[in-house]
Design a protein around this ligand. Structure first.
Ligand code: BG6
Length: 503
């Protein structure tokens, strides 16, 4: 019996050429939770090349067999499809481990030797993709190690690539410094910066929705749109990542990357083609038109104790790894303006937070009201403005809200929804973002990876906040875990006579 639930889905994907994927931090949280499960699912979908191997690198002294056993456990917990004995047996053969510290020359010598051996055994043709799944502080030493050992060097017919996880620096200067560091060993064409939101089907669909349909683009501008709301709401807290989060906060963890990237898809001009550079040029231009965020247009919040998903939840300051008096924000609401012809005077309201009532990411485009309503006030009392909602996750889909006549002998208008849902329209479940992005990087397709100019632009946009918060201090507003954030966020929109949606 065929135990592979994914065999027939996504047939249209092109299988990449042979290669080895090396994951620095191969036993880390991201590798076990996302990367190896993504490779396992690609294996199930028969999208890994015939010549393929994965090598984990990290401090631990372990054998291939021990590494495989540990990855099986993680995949059993985190893979979107169950792990079966039959499939795992074939997959685990592809996994290997190299133990060593990132600053030791010996680590790279051993890695080079193992890549040679594995390359011959598995037929990876000398192509290698290095995935830096490590804290940013470790990037320079690994890049140097790869550069000095010659592992980063491309030769005709043999690629070498570096995939770098966010955050790319912690502000504009450090991002530029990191970029210079990476370029000591890799050319720009070899570098793939990962922002996993760009691998989400629903984010990619924003472009198809806008540019493959004739009816939306003519109204996609300041003449018809009143404002846009982008929400990334999470019900989880910091989930044992307190130490990391203390340095990131919601601004660096979500706003500077995921949210501004999504915004660039909504705000960009139509590209001349779907070529990687053409698309990235337009996304970069959209970000370049964004006005920097001023503290007066931003509300910071931090969750205090409350209830989340029915359970008591502790406050942020009591989370492991968090300073008792921490002023780090777990919530941000912001009003962002874009200075160009399409969007002048049309606010983009951004909102993200941890320990909010539910997990939902959406883009809501609110249209202007009609200039004149030829109905009585009583008839149209319940009529709300048209809203187009792009539901990124969960319940992936798109809905359009409009007014309809309530069936009766008199005119009574009520707002109704027209709804498209991915799971009913398409039989295949969308792939995990990391599956899509790993595959793209193996193929060398950079369309869904932010270029350094976009990264710099997004640091520029958040720069005044970072400066002002460091200089002036002043803590975030507290909000109860399980609530929709601080009241000050409602006041931010009330100033403009608008209010947040309740997704
Ligand atoms: C990560 C952040 O980049 O994205 C996490 O570091 C956050 O804090 C996560 O929870 C959200 O991703 P997703 O795909 O679950 O929306």
């Amino acid at each position: 019996m065929d135990t592979n639930p994914l065999r027939d889905t996504f047939r249209m994907h092109r299988v990449p050429g042979p290669c080895a994927v090396v994951i620095f931090g191969g036993l880390g949280d991201l590798a076990g939770r996302k990367l190896v499960p993504a490779l396992y699912n690609l294996y199930l979908r028969r999208l890994l090349p015939a010549g393929f191997a994965m090598v984990g690198v990290g401090r631990r002294d372990a054998t291939d067999t021990e590494y495989r056993a540990e990855m099986r456990e993680r995949c059993a917990r985190f893979s979107r499809t169950p792990v079966t004995d039959a499939e795992w047996e074939g997959f685990e053969e592809l996994l290997h481990w190299v133990g060593g510290t990132f600053d030791a020359t010996e680590t790279y010598t051993t890695l080079a030797r193992r890549l040679e051996e594995i390359g011959v055994a598995r037929g990876t043709a000398g192509n290698v993709m290095f995935y830096l799944s490590v804290p940013p502080s470790q990037f320079p030493v690994i890049v140097d190690g790869l550069g000095d050992s010659g592992l980063a060097r491309e030769e005709p017919g043999r690629f070498r690539r570096a995939v770098i996880e966010k955050p790319f620096g912690h502000d504009l200067p450090s991002s530029a410094a990191l970029d210079a560091e990476v370029h000591r060993a890799f050319k720009e064409s070899q570098v793939f910066r990962i922002d996993h939101y760009l691998g989400k089907e629903t984010v990619q669909n924003i472009l198809v929705f806008r540019f493959a349909n004739g009816i939306f683009e003519p109204v996609w501008n300041r003449n018809f749109i009143d404002h846009v709301q982008i929400t990334v709401s999470e019900s989880i807290g910091v989930e044992g990542r307190g130490k990391f989060y203390e340095e990131a906060g919601a601004l660096r963890d979500i706003v500077q990357n995921h949210m501004l990237q999504v915004l660039s898809f909504v705000a960009m001009e139509p590209p001349s083609s779907f070529d990687a550079e053409a698309v990235r040029d337009e996304r970069g231009k959209a970000l370049a038109s964004c006005r920097p965020l001023l503290p007066s247009d931003v509300v910071r919040g931090q969750y205090s104790a409350g209830f989340s998903d029915g359970d008591a939840a502790k406050g942020y300051r009591n989370e492991d790894g968090v300073a008792p008096g921490s002023d780090v924000e777990t919530y941000i609401a912001a009003r962002l303006m874009i200075d160009n012809w399409r969007w002048a005077d049309t606010p983009f309201y951004l909102r993200t937070g941890k320990r909010l009532p539910k997990r939902v990411t959406e883009v809501a485009i609110q249209f202007k009201r009609v200039p004149h309503l030829p109905f009585s006030y009583a008839a149209a009392e319940q009529l709300e403005p048209n809203v187009l909602v792009l539901r990124i996750q969960p319940n992936e889909g798109i809905s359009l809200r409009f007014g309809a006549k309530v069936p009766s002998e008199r005119v009574q208008i009520r707002t109704v929804n027209m709804d498209f849902q991915y799971d009913t329209a398409f039989s295949a479940a969308p792939a995990e973002a990391y599956e899509t992005l790993l595959l793209d990087a193996m193929r060398g397709d950079g369309t869904n990876f932010p270029r350094q100019d976009a990264v710099n632009q997004s640091w520029r946009i958040v720069e005044p906040l970072q400066e002002s918060w460091t200089r002036l201090g002043g803590g975030p507003h507290l909000y109860e875990a399980g609530s929709w954030g601080p009241e000050a966020a409602d006041e931010l929109l009330a100033r403009d006579r608008r209010r947040w949606r309740r997704p």
